[in-house]
Design a binder for this molecule. Structure first.
Ligand SMILES: [Zn+2]
Length: 65
């Protein structure tokens, strides 16, 4: 029983054998592109939260005065 597991590359969908060093990606280029996707996702979250905190602080000052 010698089976070679082959999966489609998550980026470009070309078949990748399990023995590949960059598995499950077909190449280093696709591996890097996937990491870049994650990085841009991580940056989007803190950017969204920061302005909301400042807005609440300003309104509290107005109520006290
Ligand atoms: Zn690929």
């Amino acid at each position: 029983m010698t089976k070679t597991l082959i999966v489609p590359c998550p980026i470009c969908k070309s078949p990748v054998p399990r023995e590949e060093e960059t598995f499950p990606f077909c190449s280093e280029r696709c591996q890097t592109r996937d990491l870049a996707n994650w990085a841009s996702d991580a940056y989007a979250i803190p950017d969204h939260n920061t302005p909301v905190d400042f807005d609440l602080d300003d309104e509290e000052h107005k109520v006290i005065h």
